[in-house]
Design a protein around this ligand. Structure first.
Ligand code: 16G
Ligand code: MG
Length: 539
């Protein structure tokens, strides 16, 4: 390592002294103006990680659903997965090292992680549409270059597209071709094959309105449109030509406010969906004939997909196991429906894609979705091989057709990461094949009314949790207080957890009516405020 060169270049990306940032649930995220040094250093770190794993590593510049003024960065590990936890710690140390200490911290990491510095390194870089992203990704490149890493800059891509590129490059093209063209080809081919028998003539089924959150999703859907136009016509709203990124629109807004996005013309019973700012989240929604808004969130998406997969598995008669992974935010009705009606095992993990992804890898077919719309389906290598073999060998026409469909589903899901585009195509295919309207899908079960609130406390880390964030361990007395409150309502449940992306404690409550869910959420917020050092206004 040329420490002099590193010192010299680092001075061009100086760290504001005293600034402390954490590699959180999904990388670093804060106001864009504080991130230049972080980007440079993540370029350096990506090179070390690439040398250590002898693989291509990804660096994505985005702050997803956060406001336009924010930005962020995350590293993508060799199989398209989130960065390994021990390297998250390295990332935090490196980002927080004061200017003069940085080269030494970098050396320490390289020694600790037993990096062979002679090894070649290759980094792929992507960015979202934020006005600050281009310059920040240039700083990543500066970091990569000073450590003599090779790189390819994909420029504007969705987060899942970058994950896809990393996965392709590290599996010598077996997963797909590491280009945007390759991505569109792979997905559209699987989509067209999956739906080809049943291409429905009614326009109602084939057109979909998409709220793109004024983000990268709009650009990429425009690029992909003609590949799938025979099977699906998408009408884009909030495509970034007028509105502000993630402002009053997008999946996060729609889910957390439970209202339609602005800037989208919705007629009753029309199928609509919303992406988030980097297109790794999707939720569906519609207005009924009375003008009431209905949200179809990640839980209902998981239900639709897993029931479809379960039917196909029954059809081919193979004993491949299927499991659904959720978080504590999953609506109680969805968990009950999956377990009791569909009879699929359901597991709960901590919030954050990496936790769900990890758990889902334990099954032949692991369906994971957060209620907020992050998710995908993972097929184990063994399950994939089995299914591909069956499509060749089966003689029974019906079983063969089911196996073929499963094969298309494997190709259609972005197995490197949850992907709004890929999820959207799977959902559209299933609705078409099963001849389901959005109302029929919505009617699978009724969500329990729920409410999410935030509480400001002096130090959110005083709250620690266990049992996949469903129980509070500290501060003492808080869990007991929550238990007592929950007992006062029917069909009720509540939990609290420190946010991994914002300086707040999050509160979730559900109950038999909206009024009760609201009042339980308020009462729990007050308990947090009193027992966990609330600051500012009393909730
Ligand atoms: C991040 C996570 C998301 C999680 C959210 C929770 C990824 C790619 N994203 O956006 O999965 O739901 O954080 O935020 O892992 P919170 O900790 O602030 O509630
Ligand atoms: Mg996102």
């Amino acid at each position: 390592m040329d420490l002099d060169a590193i010192t010299e270049y680092s001075a061009l990306h100086p760290k504001p002294s005293g600034l402390i940032l954490q590699y959180g649930t999904a990388g670093f995220r804060t106001k864009a103006e504080h991130l230049d040094h972080v980007m440079f250093r993540m370029g350096l770190l990506a090179v070390l990680r690439s040398k250590q794993t002898k693989s291509t590593i990804g660096v994505m510049v985005t702050a997803s659903h956060n406001p336009e003024e924010d930005n962020g960065v995350k590293l993508v590990d060799p199989l398209g997965e989130m960065l390994a936890p021990s390297w998250e710690e390295h990332a935090t140390c490196l980002a927080n090292a004061e200017e003069q200490d940085m080269p030494r911290v970098l050396m320490d990491i390289s020694v600790k992680a037993a990096v062979n510095l002679q090894q070649d390194a290759f980094i792929v870089i992507g960015r979202d549409t934020r006005s600050t992203s281009e310059k920040l990704s240039q700083s990543v490149i500066d970091g990569v270059t000073v450590l003599e890493g090779q790189f390819h800059d994909y420029g504007l891509v969705t987060t899942p597209q970058l994950h896809y590129m990393v996965y392709c490059r590290n599996t010598s093209g077996q997963y797909g071709e590491a280009t945007l063209e390759g991505y569109y080809q792979k997905l559209s081919k699987a989509f067209m094959e999956l739906t080809k028998q049943t291409l429905c003539s009614e326009d109602e089924y084939r057109s979909l309105k998409v709220d793109c959150a004024n983000g990268i999703g709009a650009l990429k859907l425009k690029e992909m449109e003609h590949y799938v136009s025979q099977g699906l016509s998408v009408q884009l709203f909030n495509d970034g030509t007028k509105g502000k990124l993630n402002h009053l629109c997008g999946a996060d807004f729609v889910k957390s406010h439970q209202k339609p996005p602005q800037g989208m013309e919705m007629k009753s019973n029309e199928r609509c969906c919303s992406f988030d700012g980097d297109a790794d989240r999707i939720v569906y929604h519609y207005l009924d004939v009375d003008g009431h808004f209905h949200l179809i969130d990640g839980d209902k998406i998981a239900t639709l997909i897993s029931s479809f997969l379960k039917e196909l598995l029954l059809e081919i008669g193979e004993s491949l196991n299927i499991g659904v992974v959720q978080t504590a935010y999953a609506n109680g009705s969805s968990t009950r429906y999956l377990e009791e009606v569909m009879k699929v095992p359901v597991y709960c993990t901590k919030t954050g894609v990496k936790h769900l992804h990890h758990k889902a890898q334990e099954f032949d077919i692991g369906v994971y979705f957060e209620a907020n719309g992050h998710g995908t389906v993972l097929f184990s290598k063994a399950a994939e091989t089995k299914i591909r073999q069956l499509t060749k060998e089966l003689e029974d026409e019906k079983r063969k057709a089911a196996a073929k469909m499963l094969e298309n589903v494997i190709d259609l899901f972005n197995q490197a990461a949850g992907d709004a585009i890929s999820d959207m195509l799977v959902i559209e295919a299933i609705l078409t094949l099963k001849d389901l309207t959005i109302q029929q899908w919505d009617a699978l079960y009724m969500d329990l009314p729920n409410r999410q609130l935030k509480v400001k406390v002096a130090d959110r880390q005083v709250i620690s949790t266990t049992d996949a964030e469903r129980q509070v361990v500290t501060p003492p007395g808080l869990q007991e207080a929550i238990n007592d409150l929950v007992k006062k309502y029917k069909l009720s449940r509540a939990f609290v957890r420190p946010s991994g992306t914002e300086d707040v404690v999050r509160v979730y409550a559900e109950a038999d009516s909206q009024e009760n869910a609201d009042s339980l959420a308020r009462a729990v917020s007050l308990a947090v405020f009193q027992l966990a050092g609330g600051v500012g206004e009393t909730p």
